[in-house]
Design a protein around this ligand. Structure first.
Ligand code: ZN
Length: 345
């Protein structure tokens, strides 16, 4: 089978011909129908700092956002059959640690990560551990099903934020920010403001319903947000999907007293706050979100897709075959795309 493989601890990926894997007792084998590129795949491509930890075992087949058709199942697999359509959850819970036993399998202490420290889906076939295989209705397209994973975290932020009628600021208009924007509109936010430095991404934000899509110019953005959110007493909910230190610092300044700050963007750089001024006296709640609640978030995301309320079309900017992976990744690096799909067929 064709597979994209990370073989060396340096920049680049390669297309290889690998044997089709055979599922073990607790695994299913899928024929991959749609896969999507995530920001973490770009970090892997470039072998950025931190990759040593996240991708300890090379060679590895990257890719973790996907859907496909089950073509073989292991001996112990019960609820999934050949021919079923499935999507993959990236966080593979162990089922026995404290987190797993306390209804938090998405933050399992021992979890392998699909497409990180176990092989993923940028290939014609992929093995999914059954603890991470999500059966999806055949009425969903494979593209929709492949996007259930990346839409999960922004969906959690919007649901936890209780956005109805309130002012929402979404920082970063990459695919995660775009999903957050679309969900905030579906959940009837009073006002959705999206910030990004990339004008192309601001166009995508408008296409998914942003009321305002703004390119921030330094700290001026604080005054601009304050003016726009005046009728709401300020920005009630901020969803930080950029991982940009300056943007995070600005957000704690324009967020409303008593506001909710959801951090879903990643950075390993430190951010400094004045705890008294920025957090305590403002009674800001800060919540990090990592992963999807298994399977509650999936149930809700699936319901929204089946209902037809979420149109993913404006969020998908490009489609490539596995042979064109280099072009797909270069398009992703260029910042001119939104969600970029790899379609094995
Ligand atoms: Zn666990």
């Amino acid at each position: 089978m064709k597979a994209i493989v990370k073989t060396k601890r340096e920049k680049g990926l390669e297309l290889q011909d690998l044997p089709v894997p055979v599922p073990r007792d607790d695994e299913v084998l899928i024929q991959v129908k749609a896969a999507a590129i995530c920001g973490s795949d770009l970090k892997l491509y470039n072998w950025e700092p931190g990759c040593e930890k996240v991708f300890p075992n090379l060679p590895v087949v990257p890719g973790h956002e996907c859907s496909g058709v089950v073509v073989a199942i292991g001996a112990n697999v019960q609820n999934i059959s050949k021919g079923d359509h499935v999507a993959a959850e990236t966080h593979v819970p162990c089922g026995t640690c404290w987190q797993c036993l306390h209804d938090r399998p998405h933050t399992c202490e021992n979890m392998p990560l699909f497409g990180h420290n176990i092989d993923g889906c940028f290939a014609e076939y992929a093995i999914i551990p059954c603890a991470a295989a999500r059966k999806v209705p055949a009425s969903l397209s494979f593209t929709q099903a492949a996007l259930l994973e990346p839409m999960g975290i922004p969906l959690r932020a919007v649901l936890d934020g209780n956005v109805k009628g309130d002012s929402v600021v979404i920082v970063g208009a990459g695919p995660i920010g775009l999903f957050a924007t679309a969900f905030a509109k579906i959940m009837e936010a009073g006002q959705v403001i999206v910030l990004d430095v990339n004008p192309k991404r601001l166009e995508y934000a408008r296409a998914v319903g942003a009321d305002y899509a703004i390119r921030p110019e330094g700290d001026q953005i604080i005054g601009e947000i304050n003016a726009l959110t005046k009728d709401f007493g300020g920005a009630g909910i901020v969803i930080e999907a950029s991982g940009n230190v300056e943007a995070i610092h600005q957000a704690v300044q324009y967020i409303r007293v008593g506001g909710h700050f959801f951090m879903i963007g990643h950075t390993d750089l430190p951010v400094s706050f004045h705890p008294s001024r920025d957090i305590v006296k403002k009674e800001i709640s800060i919540k990090g979100l990592f992963g999807r609640q298994i399977w509650e978030t999936w149930d809700t995301a699936e319901e929204i897709l089946v209902s037809g309320k979420l149109d993913v079309t404006p969020i998908i900017s490009h489609r490539f075959s596995l042979d064109q992976f280099e072009e797909a990744f270069q398009t992703a690096f260029s910042g001119s795309g939104a969600k970029i799909l790899l379609l094995p067929e």
